[in-house]
Design a protein around this ligand. Structure first.
Ligand SMILES: [Ca+2]
Ligand SMILES: [Ca+2]
Ligand SMILES: [Ca+2]
Length: 408
């Protein structure tokens, strides 16, 4: 809508003699009263914008007598040499015009100004001195984006092995530092290590956490900082350090004891971390079931168990299992079949002794009888004559009888 002032007037004109020159002459003209440009009220809302963000400009633009025809935002992007780019500002509320300068994707400075035009082509600029670049509005385009970290967490690792930690870290502007922070088993503090690009790759980083010599948990995280100080970090992660290696059964040596009736089995066993238990399995002579018995830790790497005496002679079968403190198991059965050893049964041994003992007893009895026969008389006298006790007194009559018997 255009504003103005129109005048229409019917007039009569005549010359000085009164001759009518014209009748009902119509004079019409319009006075263009709107000669005032719009007003632009603008206050920058932010001094910086990240390279990945649009920069929004919002102004209050009014026109006193007429209407705003258009409002333009002129700008010079970080890669431009003059503020020749323009964006039409849109009305977003009463007298409120706004437009966005698109994300610049690189760092630098944006210069800009606003121009408003009313219906009568009156123009206004803000800043007024818009041709002087030093007076333009500016906004610094900065790196407001933190580095990105891609990392596949390490969940488990072997004891005594280095732990490889990998990460892909990138920043669109400039990455400065990538750190690995870890807390070893038994440590109360974190160790910080600058991760190095792997094989000269720009974004792939690697670092080895030193081997741990016991099982437990390692905690770690990865942090990254860009040239603008933007920080990013993974959460705190945990690696379970595991003993996944079974014990080593170095030797199993049997030794027959007690006339080959018992078997002492000695096993030499080691583990990279800790031997948990050592069990001897054996089958009694003629038996079918495996009997398991804990072997005793004797000293160093030596474990021992004595297979008790068997009633019958025959073969005792046996093997050894060893389990470490993490449950990994080794068995001599994995290496070879069961061991075997012959033993003497104790029942048979005893019966031989009984026979021998019986024979000996019979011989003794015979010997005693013979002795009695040969030396009975004098033996008794000898026994009694030195007797000093008074109890010996009643015996003489017996001697007499014996003499009487022997005499004939
Ligand atoms: Ca105006
Ligand atoms: Ca960044
Ligand atoms: Ca082990």
């Amino acid at each position: 809508m255009k504003w103005g002032y129109s005048f229409r007037r019917n007039s009569t004109a005549s010359d000085i003699e009164g001759n009518l020159l014209g009748q009902n002459m119509i004079f019409a003209f319009t006075t263009r009263a709107d000669t005032d440009p719009p007003t632009i009220e603008y206050h920058p809302s932010q001094g910086t914008v990240s390279y990945d963000q649009d920069y929004n400009v919002m102004a209050i633009i009014k026109d006193q007598w007429g209407a705003i025809d258009n409002a333009m935002l002129f700008y010079q992007g970080v890669a431009d040499t003059s503020p020749t780019r323009s964006v039409l500002m849109s009305l977003s509320g009463t007298d409120i015009y706004q437009a966005s300068i698109p994300a610049q994707q690189s760092l630098g400075t944006i210069f800009y100004f606003i121009r408003a035009t009313d219906s009568y082509n009156n123009m206004a600029w803000n800043p007024v001195n818009y041709t002087n670049q030093s007076q333009l509005y500016t906004v610094d385009v900065i790196d407001g984006v933190r580095p990105e970290i891609s990392h596949v967490p390490v969940i488990e690792a072997d004891v005594f092995r280095e732990i490889e930690i990998w990460a892909v870290v990138a920043d669109s502007i400039q990455l400065t530092t990538v750190n690995l922070n870890y807390r070893a088993i038994g440590s109360i503090t974190y160790t910080r290590i600058a991760m190095q690009p792997f094989n000269n790759t720009p974004n792939t980083f690697r670092h080895m956490i030193p081997a741990q010599n016991t099982t437990g948990m390692i905690h770690y995280n990865i942090t990254a900082v860009d040239a603008s100080g933007n920080f990013n970090s993974t959460g705190f992660l945990s690696v379970r350090i595991l003993d996944r290696t079974a014990p080593l059964i170095i030797s199993v040596i049997p030794e027959l004891l007690d006339n080959q009736t018992r078997v002492q089995v000695k096993a030499n066993i080691t583990d990279d971390v800790e031997v948990g238990s050592v069990v001897l399995y054996f089958k009694t002579v003629g038996g079918d079931a495996w009997v398991s018995r804990q072997m005793t830790h004797v000293s160093g790497d030596v474990y021992e168990f004595i297979i008790p005496a068997q009633r019958r002679s025959g073969v005792v079968y046996y093997y050894v299992n060893a389990t470490d403190s993490s449950g990994n198991q080794a068995s001599t059965l994995f290496e070879e079949d069961q061991f075997q050893i012959e033993v003497e049964g104790v029942d048979e041994g005893i019966s031989i002794y009984y026979v021998l003992g019986g024979v000996l007893a019979v011989l003794m009895i015979l010997l005693v009888l013979l002795l009695i026969r040969k030396f009975s008389g004098p033996a008794k006298i000898k026994d009694e004559s030195p007797g000093d006790s008074s109890d010996a007194q009643p015996e003489p009559p017996e001697e007499a009888e014996e003499r009487d018997i022997d005499a004939p």
